[in-house]
Design a protein around this ligand. Structure first.
Ligand code: SF4
Length: 151
């Protein structure tokens, strides 16, 4: 299966206190007013790649603990995303999405360990907070149960 990806790079900030490999998906149909990445809205940006190529690039960073899927909106390429998640069995997996947790399909969430949900909103911005706006919720999987850090 193929999809469009803009960038794959090492990240020290997207999963706090962890080294991760960030995969930036192309395209976002949510289009929040205060999006910080509007350059990734167009689904034709980036390059078309196979899931095998993405997985291979993620695997290159042997120091990473997480693969983190972001964008753009990763769930706009749902089948491609699920297919990558199922093959990345060597790291934990995180995702940033503008959608709410309750709207995500089980066949996606079962392959993830950490999900940051909801759009970035300037009017909910809190200095020093992760994630940056207080409407965004963080879900962590403990065993098979999802726990929300809804502070
Ligand atoms: S969901 Fe994310 S990428 Fe999409 S518009 Fe909102 S903030 Fe931007």
């Amino acid at each position: 299966m193929k999809g469009r990806v803009v960038k794959i790079c090492t990240s020290f900030i997207d999963v706090p206190d962890k080294i991760s490999v960030a995969v930036y998906f192309a395209g976002c149909t949510i289009r929040c007013k205060e999006c910080q990445n509007p350059g990734l809205w167009d689904s034709k940006v980036g390059t078309e790649v196979s899931e095998e190529v993405v997985v291979k690039k993620i695997k290159k960073n042997s120091l990473a603990e997480y693969a983190v899927f972001m964008g753009g909106e990763p769930t706009d390429q749902l089948e491609f995303l699920i297919s990558i998640c199922e093959k990345v069995t060597f790291y934990k997996k995180a995702m940033y999405t503008g959608r709410e947790f309750e709207d995500l399909p089980d066949r996606l969430t079962k392959s993830l360990d950490l999900i940051v949900c909801g759009p970035y909103r300037e009017d909910f911005f809190v200095e020093g907070r992760w994630p940056a706006s207080s409407n965004q919720r963080v879900f962590r999987k403990e065993g098979k149960v999802w726990i929300c850090d809804c502070s």
